[in-house]
Design a protein around this ligand. Structure first.
Ligand SMILES: Cc1cc2nc3c(=O)[nH]c(=O)nc-3n(C[C@H](O)[C@H](O)[C@H](O)COP(=O)(O)OP(=O)(O)OC[C@H]3O[C@@H](n4cnc5c(N)ncnc54)[C@H](O)[C@@H]3O)c2cc1C
Length: 394
């Protein structure tokens, strides 16, 4: 029904999509309602993801990575899994986001020590950037890292940490100088067992309730100086580069949620004898199917354009933000309309026993994290102005 493969650059990626589609359908879909209703982190699904190498896709190949086309592969896996369970797809995303500073900032020695622990030792990683007073404005973080001999001492409070309570390793952003500028923060690798690290409240959420979201506190946590990721002051830059990889994956998650809702409505229509015959008499259904299909294909175009550019090593900041913003808003509209369609047809749209109700709640987060959609619009505007100025000067 949808063109999911013709634009993919290699046959391997097309086959990869088929493989993940089967894993999602056979091993993840059935768990989705349970993790949502009982709001727990499902270790069974985590095991499935490890077994199939889906939590190391963006790692160097010798540590279980996908190799060429890894951002596209991650988007494919996230999209296919989000069609059936957005919470499970989020685990893939945060594993890639959290390990990015280690893969791209860690010394060879550090990577040799920690990447096998993660890939073979099956350690999850969390990404600790957001704080109670610093979300969109990363430069406002208060967490500090002060050098003391061969160590850094970290102090601060982090919130909204996805996988915060289930991770074994943390990529932590902290200020390494007193001034409030983008060049004054740095990433550090912190182990779960570190003295002074504690997990706070586990959040109860509207959607993606099978993901674990917690506060994490750092109270005089000492880490070896070699756990600095990148050079001192490079934290903001690493975070921005991480966004170029992560925003297409959030777009892929939104795309998957939207497709899941679309397919649920299509099944509903196909299973209703009267509806099947009389779709043309229902303008609401016609509008839903046509408008949603258009939004889905447009989201796919932006998402994979951003991912493929990233894999090619080309600048993708504008497309990454466009994709995340467009696909997130599209998923919100499609899932809202899907609830409406069921409500109009049989009055049950608002009830929990229809998957689209969960998808409607899950879609909301795609408009918020990895930079809200308001922030994505700012990024797109800035990129357009930058391009137009360099065009004027050429
Ligand atoms: C479930 C969940 C999981 C998350 N997981 C993680 C994680 O693993 N790691 C992590 O570090 N963070 C995580 N986050 C944090 C997330 O990235 C932030 O919530 C997000 O960046 C927004 O920050 P904020 O909530 O502090 O909102 P604020 O930055 O306080 O913004 C509040 C509102 O103002 C708007 N706004 C702010 N600045 C501007 C501006 N300049 N122009 C226009 N509008 C503006 C925003 O769009 C937003 O609507 C998670 C959040 C949630 C909800």
């Amino acid at each position: 029904m949808f063109d999911q493969t013709s634009f993919l650059p290699t046959k391997e990626l097309k086959d990869f999509r088929d493989r993940i589609h089967r894993i999602a359908k056979d091993q993840i879909a059935l768990q989705a309602t349970l993790v949502d209703e009982e709001e727990f982190f499902n270790r069974e699904v985590e095991s499935v993801l490890w077994e199939h190498g889906l939590l190391t896709l963006t790692f160097p190949e010798r540590y279980g990575g996908y190799g060429k086309g890894r951002t596209t592969a991650l988007c494919i896996a996230v999209e296919e899994i989000a069609k059936v369970c957005a919470s499970s797809a989020l685990l893939l995303i945060i594993q890639a986001v959290g390990s990015f500073p280690i893969i791209h900032g860690g010394s060879r020695k550090l990577k040799q020590k920690y990447l096998p622990q993660m890939s073979q030792g099956r350690k999850l990683v969390a990404y600790l950037v957001t704080e109670p007073t610093a979300g969109s404005d990363i430069a406002s973080i208060q967490t500090t890292a002060v050098r003391d001999g061969n160590e850094y001492v970290l102090n601060g409070s982090k919130c909204f940490a996805t996988s915060g309570g289930v991770a074994g390793i943390y990529s932590v952003l902290a200020k390494t100088s007193e001034e409030k500028r983008n060049g004054d923060s740095s990433f550090f690798l912190v182990e779960r067992e570190s003295s002074g690290l504690s997990i706070g409240r586990t959040e109860s959420k509207l959607g993606q309730r099978g993901s674990n979201t917690t506060e994490v506190f750092l109270d005089n946590v000492r880490v070896p100086a070699e756990n600095l990721l990148g050079r001192e002051g490079e934290g903001f830059l690493i975070a921005m580069k991480d966004f170029d990889m992560s925003r297409p994956t959030i777009a892929a998650q939104a795309l998957g949620i939207a497709e899941g809702a679309f397919e649920a409505i299509l099944e509903f229509i196909k299973n209703s004898h009267t509806l099947k015959k009389s779709v043309s008499d229902h303008p609401a259904i016609q509008a839903f199917l046509a408008d949603s299909a258009i939004l889905i294909e447009a989201s796919r175009g932006l998402t994979y354009r951003a991912a493929i550019l990233h894999d090619q090593g080309k600048s993708n900041t504008k497309f990454a933000s466009m994709a995340k913003c467009f696909a997130g808003d599209a998923a919100m509209k499609i899932t809202t309309d899907a609830v409406d369609v069921i409500q109009v047809l049989n009055g049950y749209g608002f009830l929990k026993n229809f998957q689209v109700e969960r998808m409607f709640r899950d879609a909301k987060l795609t408009q918020i994290f990895e930079g809200t959609n308001q922030i994505q619009r700012l990024v797109v505007t800035r990129q357009i102005l930058k391009e137009s100025m360099s065009f004027d000067q050429s």
